[in-house]
Design a protein around this ligand. Structure first.
Ligand SMILES: NC(=O)C1=CN([C@@H]2O[C@H](COP(=O)(O)OP(=O)(O)OC[C@H]3O[C@@H](n4cnc5c(N)ncnc54)[C@H](OP(=O)(O)O)[C@@H]3O)[C@@H](O)[C@H]2O)C=CC1
Ligand SMILES: O=C(O)C(=O)Cc1ccc(O)cc1
Length: 555
């Protein structure tokens, strides 16, 4: 038996808080063969028994029950309540157990652990730097050994190895500093954007001036934030002392830049923005590939209208992000190893504005001359100040009210924005003694920009084509070749299923192969198999081929 098998047989993993993240952990650990117990709030135990009846972890009544029998206990609860909840269950912690948390800010979490846990309890904490709908593979997972032995650390690393995340070892202070640096200013910007649109009673995707290019990404990010739970963002901003200062700075940068705009001080505005640009993006040169480009930005669009000409816009929200980074001496690229998926898009959008030829000068020019945007910028300035006030007062209730009011305003569109995330279903398939992590990346136009977040460490791409959809086969071909041109997929095998063969008029596998130009693929193992997912035909044939190729290439 290997070390990890011994651990799996002897250790129990306990999860307190079976919300989005807790459930994700519980399921993944169980799937990997760990013995997992968990609880949510005691008041909803009975209904949860039904809700989780098909799960393979064991639901217990409350945190006392979990704590008494678990060797590693993870508190996956709201940051605002961590003190209260650890106080409640801490004394029940099993003798010699290890305790950790999944909250986004470690300062209150570690303080609560130190205050309420018996001294013999070790503390090793975690933070997965992504939301619950994102596949864990390749994403950063912070691990904080605050009070644990080397052996215990090994145990926790063994446990989380099934997430296939990138482990980043930090102290609690380092963690809080980095998460503030990556999330405080950017979240403040996109939260404020949502508030400004809602106060102006504007759905930006319906309004000409907000359609196209960079606006698509702004709208999309903002809606994705408002699709999540309010306490996730409140916890990040309010409980993290480093975040406070940064959100204040963001509001100040917005006000300063807006003031220069309405005073018509173009030279001063330009000087200030360029200083920030040189500080943040100075290391990029003309050859550097930007993270985003026009075609990607267009695919973020939630609008039903075609993109028109590029509209005048000061992009105050983005100018202020970069100005804040400069004022706070934050170089965002330094934190890529510890970044969330949204942060990489935030950075991509600002990079696009600051480094695409001519765009920044146009924004500065519009800031002074395109007065039709002043009203929106005013609304935005007020919104940014509003968030910074709520955060500086540390008022969770007010945060919740403002967040949920804005969320309500956007609710008609949240499902569609969320479809971006729902498109990524992760399954672990066991086939012929191999475990395959399979992501089902939805094919809708709006989801395609996100495919590239999943390319790292991909052994094979399975491309499923609707063989009856002759109209879109050219698009499928274009997207396939575009995807395969990505560096990170250069060694991946390709299996194409010419699906829906059960339907009349379906193209044959040979016809699909021709339409997709598969013969053009050089230096890549590929195969195409006729299939009918409904009848289950062709699937084993395809997977058999795939397994042989992956085995050969990975040996
Ligand atoms: N969502 C995200 O994108 C990420 C979140 N995080 C962090 O992870 C933590 C959990 O977040 P997330 O899963 O999204 O939030 P959820 O609200 O989905 O989960 C928290 C869960 O804890 C439950 N809970 C509250 N009190 C108790 C208690 N006394 N005993 C047991 N369970 C309790 C809550 O129940 P109820 O709702 O009924 O109160 C809820 O089900 C937070 O600290 C968050 O900041 C970290 C990374 C990403
Ligand atoms: O990617 C983001 O910024 C998110 O909004 C998701 C998120 C929220 C909280 C975290 O602690 C980590 C990730």
């Amino acid at each position: 038996m290997t070390d990890i098998d011994v651990l799996k047989q002897s250790k129990t993993i306990g999860i307190i808080g079976l919300g989005d993240m807790g459930l994700l952990y519980a399921r993944r650990f169980t799937q990997a063969g760990w013995n997992v117990v968990g609880c949510d709030r005691e008041e909803i135990f009975e209904s949860n028994l039904i809700k989780y009846s098909n799960e393979n972890f064991k639901l217990l009544l409350n945190g006392h029950h979990v704590s008494r029998i678990s060797d590693y206990i993870i508190y996956s609860v709201e940051a605002a309540n961590i003190d209260k909840i650890v106080k409640l269950y801490g004394a029940s912690t099993k003798l010699g157990a290890i305790v950790g948390g999944q909250t986004s800010c470690k300062d209150p979490e570690i303080k609560a652990f130190e205050k309420y846990l018996p001294n013999d309890v070790e503390i090793i904490s975690l933070h997965s730097l992504h939301g619950p709908k994102v596949d864990t593979t390749g994403q950063p997972l912070v691990i904080i050994n605050h009070r644990g032995s080397e052996n215990s650390l090994k145990f926790i690393k063994n446990l989380v190895s099934c997430l296939n995340s990138k482990l980043v070892e930090l102290t609690a202070d380092e963690h809080d500093k980095i998460t503030a640096d990556t999330q405080a200013v950017t979240h403040a910007a996109f939260l404020s954007m949502g508030v400004a649109w809602s106060k102006a009673k504007t759905y930006p995707w319906d309004t000409g001036k907000w359609i196209g290019g960079i606006e698509n990404a702004k709208i999309n990010i903002s809606l994705r934030i408002y699709s999540n739970k309010w306490h996730v963002y409140a916890g990040l901003a309010i409980t993290n002392p480093a975040a406070h200062k940064q959100v204040m700075q963001y509001a100040q940068s917005v006000t300063d830049l807006f003031t220069l705009m309405i005073e018509n001080k173009q030279d001063e505005l330009k000087e200030r923005i360029y200083k920030a640009k040189n500080f943040v993006f100075g290391h990029l040169n003309e050859e550097t590939n930007l993270l985003l480009d026009d075609s990607i930005l267009q695919q973020y669009s939630l609008s039903k209208q075609p993109p028109g000409k590029v509209n005048p816009n000061s992009h105050l929200s983005l100018l202020a992000i970069v100005d804040s980074w400069y004022q706070l001496s934050i170089v965002p690229y330094d934190h890529m190893i510890c970044s969330t998926p949204l942060f990489r898009i935030f950075l991509g959008v600002t990079e696009y504005l600051f480094c695409s030829p001519g765009l920044l000068d146009k924004a500065i020019n519009d800031a002074i001359n395109a007065t039709e945007f002043r009203m929106d910028d005013l609304e935005f300035t007020i919104a940014a100040r509003g968030w910074s006030d709520v955060i500086s007062f540390g008022d969770f209730k007010l945060y919740q009210l403002e967040f949920e009011r804005t969320q309500e305003f956007f609710s008609p569109m949240l499902n569609e924005a969320n479809a971006l995330a729902i498109g990524f279903n992760v399954e672990t398939l066991s086939y012929k003694n191999l475990k395959l992590n399979v992501w089902d990346l939805g094919g809708q136009t709006s989801i395609r920009p996100y495919w590239r977040c999943y390319y790292a460490n991909t052994a094979a791409v399975i491309f499923v084509v609707d063989s009856t959809d002759k109209e879109r086969i050219d698009t499928a071909s274009k997207e396939l070749h575009l995807m395969l041109s990505e560096e990170e997929l250069s060694d991946s095998a390709l299996l194409v299923f010419a699906n829906k063969q059960d339907q009349a008029g379906a193209l044959s596998a040979a016809e699909v192969s021709k339409a997709l130009n598969l013969v053009e693929l050089k230096d890549r193992s590929w195969s195409i198999v006729a299939s009918s997912a409904i009848k289950g035909e062709g699937l084993t044939e395809g997977l058999d081929w795939l397994i042989d190729v992956i085995k050969d290439e990975q040996l």
